[in-house]
Design a protein around this ligand. Structure first.
Ligand code: 8X3
Length: 249
């Protein structure tokens, strides 16, 4: 039977690539994000197997109203991919903007929780489901100028582990994918610089959003008895959060 996946943050990057790849592999996809025009464009590209559902994940009332508005045919969600997330700002903590902290905490932690609470309730009732949280190398290491982003991704790691315990009695699989450097809009948003990618990814080949989508596709296509708890995936030239083998110019 066709499975339905809901992917948050499908307007760009990893979420966008994952929605496309899952749809190409026979999944129905509910694609969510703030930017309705981008969701509509992705839905057009995918066709009838996509359902665009625009909402701001930071707003718990919007999350609830949007998820409750799903038509009958789209209400039963087999797979939740908690992808929506961002980094904002890249300065030592004492120089950070408080608004940036709040945006990261409200999206990466609280938004993930709002969506998960509602969707996990139907999974618990059905006694089946699969939740994948998009974490990061920043959930495994802490680095300078990234304190709050790293803290939010450490929170995602803790939530993943605790959710696996809470949902264990209900046959709900919980896992995470933890990428290192992926070239998306991530650095443009973090550094608030449209040319950021030229600088951040200079001298080495970063991962692509599709590399991560392929890992997620692998996770959701394992047999029922297999749960991939975490895929930690780096560019071949990346050793940890700060060590890269970059070509000299
Ligand atoms: C994004 C990767 O290295 O900027 O989560 O933390 S990194």
């Amino acid at each position: 039977m066709t499975k339905t996946a809901l992917i948050t943050g499908a307007t760009s990057g990893i979420g966008n690539a994952t929605a496309l790849l899952l749809a190409q592999n026979g999944f129905k996809v509910i694609i969510t994000g703030r930017r309705k025009d981008r969701l509509d464009e992705l839905a057009r590209k995918i066709g009838p197997d996509a359902f665009p559902l625009p909402f701001d994940i930071k707003d718990k009332t919007q999350v609830k109203n949007a998820l409750n508005s799903l038509p009958d045919a789209w209400q039963s969600i087999d797979i939740l991919i908690n992808n929506a997330g961002l980094a904002a700002g890249f300065e030592p903590l004492h120089e950070n903007l408080i608004d940036d902290w709040e945006q990261m905490i409200d999206t990466n932690i609280k938004g993930l929780l709002y969506v998960t609470k509602i969707i996990s309730q139907q999974m618990v009732q059905r006694q089946s489901g699969h939740i994948i949280n998009v974490s990061s190398i920043a959930g495994k290491e802490a680095y300078g100028k990234g304190a709050v982003y790293c803290a939010t991704k450490h929170a995602v790691e803790a939530l993943t582990k605790a959710m696996r315990i809470d949902f264990n009695p209900y046959n709900i699989k919980v896992g995470s994918v933890s990428p290192g450097a992926v070239e998306t809009e991530f650095s443009i948003v973090r550094l608030k610089d449209p040319d950021a990618n030229k600088k951040v990814y200079a001298g080495y080949q970063p991962l692509t959003a599709n590399d991560i989508a392929e890992a997620i596709l692998f996770m959701v296509t394992r047999p029922l008895h297999v749960n991939i708890a975490d895929i930690f995936i780096l560019p071949a030239t990346q050793a940890n959060a700060t060590v890269f083998n970059k070509k000299q110019k």
